[in-house]
Design a protein around this ligand. Structure first.
Ligand SMILES: Nc1ncnc2c1ncn2[C@@H]1O[C@H](COP(=O)(O)OP(=O)(O)OP(=O)(O)O)[C@@H](O)[C@H]1O
Ligand SMILES: [Mg+2]
Length: 160
């Protein structure tokens, strides 16, 4: 049986913390679908399509693909034939929300298991939101996001 995992998120934009989770998931599962949630955030920095393209550019593992979804995650997981949802846990603050979601998702769809991966130490304080905030205020974000993401953000900034 093909072990297929979904790694869902808003990825606005993808960070090195996300990439670390993707790389480790790609070793554990036969296939990983990084899945961008459409319309989660009302005012995203990048459009869904831009986020998908950035993820495709920076995640070059042969068993990793990128998709988008709307609506219930467990419906999408079943539709994609995935048995697993991967989520990253950074600090205790992630835990409560993630536990709640995992339990609700299990109730909705017991066939899909949520698997948590601890953040890499070096990226445990990283979030897309913080990256955008630091960047907008002129702080350095190199080493925290892939170079392609940083370049794209610089372009966005001059557009804004
Ligand atoms: N630095 C990181 N290390 C490990 N997991 C992470 C990291 N950043 C995000 N994740 C996990 O990746 C998944 C997708 O997260 P999401 O797209 O919300 O990213 P985010 O960085 O939290 O963005 P935002 O700041 O917009 O909430 C979640 O399970 C989240 O916990
Ligand atoms: Mg988040």
């Amino acid at each position: 049986m093909t072990r297929r995992a979904i790694y869902p998120g808003s990825f606005d934009p993808i960070t090195n913390g996300h990439l670390d989770i993707i790389e480790r998931s790609a070793k554990l599962f036969d296939e990983v679908i990084v899945s961008v949630l459409v319309n989660e955030d009302k005012n995203p920095m990048f459009s869904t399509q831009e986020r998908v393209e950035l993820i495709q550019t920076v995640s070059r593992w042969s068993n990793v693909t990128v998709g988008t979804f709307e609506g219930l995650l467990v419906h999408y997981a079943v539709e994609q034939g995935a048995q697993v949802i991967v989520r990253g846990i950074r600090a205790v603050s992630d835990y409560e929300y993630e536990l709640q979601m995992a339990l609700m998702n299990r109730r909705l769809e017991p066939r899909v298991e949520t698997v948590f991966m601890m953040s890499a130490e070096a990226y445990s304080y990283l979030s897309s939101r913080l990256i955008k905030e630091v960047f907008r205020l002129g702080g350095a974000i190199s080493g925290l996001v892939p170079p392609e993401v940083e370049e794209q953000m610089k372009k966005m900034f001059t557009r804004e």
